[in-house]
Design a protein around this ligand. Structure first.
Ligand code: ISL
Ligand code: CA
Length: 570
């Protein structure tokens, strides 16, 4: 036994979801099996070997429940059936079985801040004030002919929708087809817990919980300061991390999660590490980890995400370092740089033109050598990029379309709007998975629900599989590296060169093993002499994203554009 293995055996409580790699599937855009242009469960089934070969342990499916698709499944009309376009419950059971047969796990998306307005609960609630389901949602009378308060919805306009029949408004943080559930009602909580138990009894291995820190709203739903409602950045005070959220999650743990060996990750907007620890602290029985948004907000301007700004590497490092340090030994991090709501990581943080392959591998090196559970979003492993559709008519996302309409109505320049959509729109991540250079990228035999990115002829999985220097195979090596070196999962973290605007360098240490990770985030060549600061000398290079080491003095490291290196030190 090496010292490292001894430390691991005695000091570290090994947990499968800390060692796992998660792969997120956005089913609508993953693989279409029947030519209707919409990805589906049988389609996913045909790609399980591709995913297994990559080395991932857990698949997270974005919502597959019945839904009218106002927000692509994040508006659920039946929590216990499968969306017709995606298949049947039998298709689901088969998928789950085959995932388990390959020794992988499957995590469901849980969307319980809101339902669809077509959910039978809401249909009944809206039909009459006497409905037993009325109190499943949040209804208020207007004040002097206007909305009950001035909060703004994430998807534009007020959070309140007027219902003429009852002369009341209902609250929706997202679209008006996504009414918020009233978690204050204990029967709502019971219903949700029962539904979760049902899925866990089916054999699913956990949940990713949609906007879970928004379920508890501030009492009295008071007005926000400011005339035009509540911009997203200020939401914290009113409906994020609200007064009862921890009690309800503790109840959920007691009645549901604690009974199973499952993985949970909460999507939590606007949380600091200190707030995150209230959800994921190892002394608290709530969630395993959360998705933080500090990094995703790094390029947001004062008016929010669409007002995209340049970002600085020093800030980027500061954010990662803060989360690495503050959660170490106390909670657990999730690691991600993109998902179905965010632009593609290589377009946003790398260079998707000249150094696409190098920068995709460099960013992957970051995610897979930090402490936390890495999440890969479909297509990331082949370096898929943002898309630029010529006209707004080709876009599908409700957030993008609402934003465009509202802004044009306010008199903003459509050309400028398109530029910000190219940069930040959610459809960047939602174009079909690029499987091959064949028709529609091999995604469908029909017409896809959203157009494929025209670069599929060069960027696709078939090409990646055939090229042993591809991004795909690099991800596979990174994943293996993590499995071979517990220091990556359980070790400590120390940042070097905090103020450097070109290089991200850090140490990972566990017992007698120390790794040094060097990442060049720029196109310019950088030369550094890290050994003294690192307190060690190179023993071997475990991984790098360039085929040959660069020339340089022994004491120096020459980092080429977007170069990444992982050293083992002695
Ligand atoms: O997408 C965003 C930024 O563009 C976020 O503000 C997003 O709306 C927020 O992260 C919540 O996301 C989740 O809930 C939404 C759904 O539209 C997203 O797809 C989901 O990830 C409502 O269910
Ligand atoms: Ca289909």
């Amino acid at each position: 036994m090496t010292a490292q293995q001894r430390t691991l055996a005695t000091q570290v409580n090994r947990i499968w979801w800390k060692e796992a790699i998660v792969y997120q599937i956005y089913p609508r855009s993953f693989m279409d099996s029947n030519g209707d242009g919409i990805g589906d469960l049988p389609g996913i089934l045909t790609k399980l070997d591709y995913l297994k070969q990559l080395g991932v342990d857990v698949l997270w499916l974005s919502p597959i429940y019945r839904s009218p698709n106002d927000d692509n499944g994040y508006d659920i009309s039946d929590y216990q059936s499968i969306m017709e376009e995606f298949g049947t419950i039998e298709d689901f059971q088969r998928l789950l079985r085959e995932v388990h047969q390959r020794d992988m796990k499957l995590v469901m998306d849980l969307v319980v801040n809101h339902t669809s307005d077509e959910h039978p609960w809401f249909v009944s609630a809206k039909s009459s004030k006497q409905s037993p389901f009325r109190d499943y949602y949040i209804w208020r009378r207007g004040i002097e002919g206007r909305e009950p308060n001035n909060w703004a919805s994430f998807f534009g306009g007020s959070v309140w929708e007027y219902d003429e029949q009852s002369d009341e408004y209902y609250l929706h943080l997202f679209s008006k087809k996504q009414p918020d559930l009233n978690w204050e009602n204990p029967i709502v909580r019971q219903e949700i817990f029962a539904m979760m138990n049902w899925w866990l009894e089916q054999g699913v291995d956990g949940f990713r919980m949609d906007v879970i820190n928004a379920i508890s709203k501030v009492e009295g739903l008071p007005d926000a300061p400011g005339e035009n409602g509540l911009p997203y950045q200020w939401g914290g005070q009113y409906f994020l991390n609200g007064p009862n959220v921890h009690q309800w999650l503790a109840d959920m743990h007691q009645h549901v999660l604690g009974k199973f060996d499952v993985m949970t990750v909460g999507e939590t907007l606007d949380v600091t590490p200190a707030e995150a620890l209230l959800y994921v602290g190892e002394n608290r029985a709530e969630l395993n980890m959360v998705f933080q948004f500090e990094l995703m907000d790094i390029d947001s301007g004062s008016s929010g995400k669409w007002d995209a700004q340049p970002w600085k590497l020093s800030t980027f490092k500061q954010i990662f370092s803060k989360w690495q340090t503050e959660l170490h030994g106390a909670g657990w991090n999730s690691l991600y740089l993109n998902n179905h709501d965010q632009p593609r990581l290589v377009s946003r943080f790398g260079d998707d033109v000249e150094y696409r392959v190098e920068s995709a591998k460099m960013l992957a090196t970051l995610l897979h050598t930090l402490q936390g559970t890495p999440f890969i979003y479909q297509g990331e492993e082949i370096g898929m990029t943002n898309v630029r559709f010529e006209t707004i008519a080709e876009y599908r996302d409700i957030e993008t379309l609402n934003h465009y309409d509202e802004s044009v109505n306010r008199g903003e320049d459509p050309q400028k709007l398109m530029q910000s959509i190219y940069r930040k729109g959610r459809d960047n991540a939602r174009t079909p998975m690029q499987w091959s250079a064949e028709q529609e990228a091999g995604f469908t035999m029909g017409t896809p629900w959203i157009a494929v990115n025209p670069n599929y002829t060069d960027i696709n999985a078939a090409q990646a599989l055939a090229d042993d220097s591809s991004i795909y195979w690099y991800y596979q090596r990174l994943i293996q590296l993590r499995k071979q070196h517990p220091v990556i999962v359980y070790g400590g973290y120390r940042l070097l060169y905090p103020d450097h605007e070109g290089i991200y360098a850090y140490l990972r240490t566990l017992a007698d093993e120390t790794l040094l990770v060097l990442l060049n985030f720029k196109k310019e060549i950088e030369v550094i002499s890290p050994w003294e600061t690192a307190g060690g000398f190179p023993q071997e290079i475990l991984l790098g994203n360039y085929p040959e080491p660069s020339e340089g003095l022994d004491s120096q490291v020459v980092l080429r554009p977007f170069e990444a290196r992982v050293y083992r030190l002695r």
